[in-house]
Design a protein around this ligand. Structure first.
Ligand code: CP
Length: 322
């Protein structure tokens, strides 16, 4: 039986050593992924269920791939074909899934807090947050930080710049919670209509608050100056109220990351994006597919990180089948 206290809800609930352990385990998982026979029996007999109430390509498929490589049985449930369409509540859906013996439930939900709600009510299944509303996306932040460390080494005092729709981004919140534990210098840049007010007045936050160390720079060329990592974010049109932006064209001209604007950046600054990408809006095609882009490496590392997370929550040792 998996301990239900193993839920992965967000990075503010994880310590720096716990995060580093996930990274070390992901190195081990990368060796398995790079081997000829990508299969282990570590999670044999375990059932992993992905329960997604919002669209996903990367997170859902990489969790499925991770679970299958580790030998788990993986079942995918999506909103459009589930009984939630017939009016079933999230709680009753989750109880049903627990009753069919799900060891791990990976939940994506449009409501912030949904995984926390289930984690308090389910006692036999472990919950992994695969993105809840505008709140958190911890497994994305873990893979982002893992890729950053691979390229820039220690995160301490490194300048990490997030550009764009900060208000609606669960990715940026989880990244800030994680990066602040490792002493990174976090800069946010974007139109003020897309920056949360508590980020603009971080000096009023309590000393140990993860958002205390954020600085806001409204001009993109200044934000990216001497940056080690530049991560444009998707405009989350599905979560935005109307009237936050004059037009996409104006947004792209001020905040779209282009090769021309990157002339001010360090030559070895890495370009990241959590995906999916709106090319020509928050980032240009030439930058997405340019030499400094590590976007596909993020996707690739997502499998190793999610294997490490599944190992962590089931507390099983992983060994390759020879
Ligand atoms: N980054 C991310 O969560 O992508 P998907 O929506 O494709 O899962």
């Amino acid at each position: 039986m998996i301990k239900s206290s193993n839920h992965i809800l967000d990075l503010d609930l994880m310590t720096a050593p716990q995060i580093e352990q996930i990274f070390n385990d992901a190195d081990e998982m990368t060796d398995i992924l790079n081997s000829d026979y990508k299969k282990t029996e570590a999670l044999k007999g375990k059932t992993v269920i992905t329960l997604f109430f919002e669209p996903s390509t990367r997170t859902r498929s990489s969790f499925e791939q991770a679970g299958k490589i580790l030998g788990a049985d993986v079942i995918n449930i999506v909103n459009s074909t589930s009984s939630s369409k017939k009016g079933e509540s999230l709680y009753n859906t989750a109880l049903t899934i627990q009753s069919i013996k799900a060891d791990v439930i990976i939940l994506r939900h449009p409501h912030s807090g949904a995984p926390y709600f289930l984690s308090k009510l389910l006692h036999k299944s472990t919950i992994i947050n695969a993105g809840d509303g505008m709140h958190a996306h911890p497994t994305q932040a873990l893979l982002d930080m893992y890729v950053m460390k691979k390229h820039i080494g220690t995160l301490k005092n490194k300048k990490i710049v997030f550009v764009g729709d900060i208000s609606h981004s669960r990715v940026v919140r989880s990244n800030i919670c994680g990066l602040s534990k490792f002493g990174a210098k976090i800069v946010i840049c974007g139109p003020q209509s897309l920056i949360p007010t508590d980020f603009l007045s971080a000096e009023n936050l309590p000393q140990n608050h993860p958002f205390k160390n954020i600085s806001f720079e409204p001009k993109l060329h200044k934000a990216i100056d001497q940056a080690d990592v530049i991560m444009p974010l998707r405009l989350q049109r599905e979560r935005q109220d109307s009237g936050l932006l004059p037009s996409l064209r104006e947004y792209a001209s001020y905040f779209g990351v282009s090769l021309h604007k990157l002339q001010n950046a360090k030559p070895n600054a890495i370009i990241m994006h959590p995906g999916p990408v709106n090319e020509g809006v928050e980032i240009d095609h030439d930058v997405v597919h340019g030499p400094n882009s590590v976007i596909q490496e993020q996707v690739e590392s997502g499998v190793a990180i999610r294997m490490a997370i599944l190992k962590s929550v089931t507390q099983n040792e992983v060994s390759k089948i020879e």
